[in-house]
Ligand binder design. Structure first.
Ligand SMILES: [Ca+2]
Length: 167
């Protein structure tokens, strides 16, 4: 009788202890899921930043008339949803909703400061850049705008022609 009782108690003990082990495993699974959710939520919180630290590499910019520019893509901490400039961009140059500056300037314009303001639902961020639009000068020794070559002079037949468009 005692042996049977002990046997039953042992079985019950094993049963509950076993269940506890399984449920502990489940708890660990839940904890892992919870951690994953927390990490995901935390990384999403980066997207709740206003677009601060807005910055362009290369300012002050000098654009050459009639030469397409390489797109100027800014960096910012938060996502940029819309963009504005306090002064109209040079003719032919556009500012996209993501604050990318691109296009081909078609008219010269003296050096001008532009305050670019990026906006999203959480706030704004601004930076000031300088842009000048001018003609390239053939014969100054610097390859500018649409020039193919520039040999420091405007003499034909000496390797670079007088329009700097070739030999
Ligand atoms: Ca030149």
């Amino acid at each position: 009788m005692n042996k049977l009782f002990l046997y039953i108690v042992s079985l019950l003990f094993l049963f509950f202890f076993g269940c506890d082990l399984i449920s502990e495993k489940e708890d660990k699974k839940d904890l892992t899921s919870l951690v994953a959710i927390l990490v995901a939520t935390n990384s999403n919180s980066a997207n709740t930043n206003p677009p601060t630290n807005l910055s362009y590499t290369g300012s002050p910019f000098v654009f050459f008339r009639n030469a397409p520019i390489s797109a100027k893509v800014p960096t910012a901490v938060g996502t940029i949803e819309s963009c504005q400039t306090n002064v109209t961009m040079p003719t032919g140059i556009s500012l996209s909703d993501s604050c990318t500056i691109s296009g081909t300037a078609t008219a010269n314009k003296a050096t001008t400061l532009y305050t670019i303001t990026a906006t999203n639902r959480y706030g704004t961020g601004s930076t000031t850049i300088s842009i000048q639009v001018k003609d390239s000068l053939c014969g100054n020794g610097v390859i500018e705008g649409l020039e193919v070559c520039d040999d420091n002079n405007a003499t034909n037949g000496d390797g670079c022609n007088n329009t700097c468009s070739g030999a």
